[in-house]
Structures are given as C-alpha cells and as structure tokens.
Design a binder for this molecule. Sequence first.
Ligand code: BJ8
Length: 425
Amino acid sequence: MTTENRQMWQELGIDMEQHDVLLTALGPVYQDIYLSQQGRPEGMDFFDFVVGDIHGIRVRELREQAKAGNKVVATYCVFVPEELVWAAGAIPVGLCGGTQFSIPVAEETLPRNTCALIKSSYGFKLGRTCPYVQTSHLIVGETTCDGKKKMYEILAEHHPVYVMDVPNKKSTLGRALWQGEVYAFKEVIEELTGNRITAGNLAAATKKVNDRRRALQRLYNARKASPVPISGKDALLVTQVSFYDDVERCTRMVNALADELEKRVDKGEGVFPADAPRILISGSPMAIPNWKLHHIIESAGAAVVCEESCIGTRNFSELTPETGGSLDEQLTAIAERYMKINCACFTPNTERLDDIVRLAREYKADGVIHYNLQFCHTYANEAALVEKRLEEEGIPLLRIETDYGDEDAGQLRTRIDAFLEMIKK
Ligand code: BJ8
C-alpha cells in the first residue's frame, strides 16, 4: 500500500481502518487461490498486477479523468448500455460486491435474507470501503430484481443514483418500454456530462465496446479445447477485471492472452489432463472477489470451461450491430441488443434454457453446476426449469445454493466430489 494510494483513499473519504483490513485479507487469499496454480498463461501476469493494486492504479486513472472534467458512471448490471456512457466521454465502471467483508455493515439496514450481491454492494458504499464508488459521479441501477430495486432507493440517500426500468417481458410492449429507457438514459448521460451523444461518437463507442466483447469471445472459444488451455478461475478473473479496466487496454490484454491460448491449443497444451471432468457453470453472477465455487470445483480436479452468467457469456456473446446509420437507428440497435440478455428477471426466459444446452454441447461439458446466490428467487425458481430441460437433454446437473461465507465450503466440496464421481468419463 503506497503512500500515494493512502493519500488518495483519504481524499476519497475511505474508512482507512476497515479498508486496511480488506486489502490485508485479499493478498493471502489471492496467493492461495490464484498464484498457487501451475502452468498459468503468461498473459495472466497483467491481471495479477491489476488485482495486486486493485484499489490503486485504476482508481488513480479514474480520478485523473474526473479532475479533467470527465464523469465516472458506476453500474451493477450488464443491462446498462455502456456504449452511451463512452459516447458521451464518460467512463463506465462495473462495481463488484463479491465479498463477505462488506456484508455486516449492510445488514444493519437490509434484511439478512437478502442476496449477498445486494448486501455486499450496498455495504461498500455504507462502510466507505470502495474507492470506485467514491470516485463515481453517478450510480446507475436497474429494476431487474426486487431486492436491488429497493436497495437502490436506500443507496440514493448516500450517493447520486439513477435507475433504469428493465421490463419483465420481452414482448412488444416490453421492448417499447426498454427503447424508451435507452432514450431516457441517453438524456441522463448527456446532462451529467454536458456532452451530446451523436451518431459519430456512438458508432465509435460501439466499436470500442464490441472489440472487448470480441476479445472475450476469443478467450472463451479457446476454452472449448481439450485439454483446456486456461483454468476456469483465471478466465473468471479476466471477465471480472474487464468490468472496470479501461476498455481499450483490456481488449489488448485479453487479445494477447487469447493469442497465447490459441498457441497452447495448437500444441495440445492444457492446465488440466484431457480427461478431467469439464463443468459449465450457470446462474447468478460472481463479482470480484467471489472465486469460491470455481476454486472448490478446480481443487477437486475438474475444469470449469464456461460460465453461462453475466460475468460470462451473457455479457459478451451478443455484439451491438455496427451498422452505423442515424442516431435513432443506432439507439434502436442498442436497445435490441440488450434485450437479448437472458436474465432470470424475464418471464418467460426459455432462451436461457436453450443457451445452457447449446453451451454445454459447444464446450463439451460433462455436467452443469447451477449456481444460485442464496435468497435470489429469480434464479432459484428458474433452476427447476433448468433441471427439467437438462434432464430431457441427458445433461447431468448439480444445483448449488450458497453465499459468500466459508461455512458451507466443506459441505459443497462433498457434494461436488460426489457429482464429479458420477460424471467421470
Ligand atoms: S442481467 S443476472 S447482472 S440482474 S443474484 S442481485 S438477480 S437477487 S445479479 Fe444480475 Fe443484471 Fe440479471 Fe445479470 Fe437480484 Fe438475484 Fe441477487 Fe442478482
């Protein structure tokens, strides 16, 4: 923790004592989960470096942007159209909320039986332990689930918040509502930044964001190989970092990693034996530093080869059409693109079931582990439909419901070991 960082955190109003506890705990956990892995790609060095200075370098960059008059827009969900934020000269930052550390302070206000992602996110603001939140000028939320929706109302007492209304159905009416929301968001961002969003700057921003999506697609494509050239833990980390790193640098670094992985695939090199069980994870997102499930699965000798999740394929598998055209045409294309995200907040959400089956086949998964954050009712209830569909398709499934605590780690290990034994080739 450099003196420069400490001074910056103080200026941001960070609770230094609690923040020290957080960062001091992260180092050994990262060593144990990440740095102890064998045969990691060299391209992971950059991501290790980013995590090694997780609240330093990137926050400093954002502060410099803010000092230059640019705005920082924080988000929690992949529904917020980042193309519009970049087009207006602002910088979007995906907030995390993936740690138990920030939950106790949140539980002073929010009910305990609220999903860990919501409590952790809120706790970072309330406890003043996240410099990204403190640096941001606006937090953009969404109405994807009731817990988040209400948390944003409470969060708004502590920070400027704007909430986008995501419909519950992808019907004609739902799409019209969402299109209106995209237009309204454009105005909010224009007012925040004082900059106009034009056909020109929106097309450039769309290309920039798509380039990062294409790079992540390459990374995931490499994971289809057997043996798999990168661990699931490492791939998860890359996608987590992609939410807050600079978009162009991140694209470069992910492409460099993908180059390396493609060479490994050509040479038949992998980080797990070719006969290691291959697992597709599907369900709730895993915000940094939530590496719990991947770590348990891979410590048991299986390889996580894909995440059907907003921290995985749901975030990058659809590109926004780069057709250019008028501003209206581009805004319509953006609205359409985001309506293709198959979040469990939609009813019906059959496209997600199709996706899980398709991904299980494409990534040659031997089994699917459905990951559900405790108290997340949308994913928990949808899991029954996932189970039925996978049974019809003959794809083995294990349903896990957990939170960020370690209390159930032993029980999870036992259940995962039994599942791996069952699907062994
Ligand atoms: S598009 S998955 S990122 S909403 S896990 S907070 S749903 S109770 S995170 Fe999500 Fe956007 Fe959907 Fe993706 Fe609520 Fe469930 Fe918690 Fe959740």
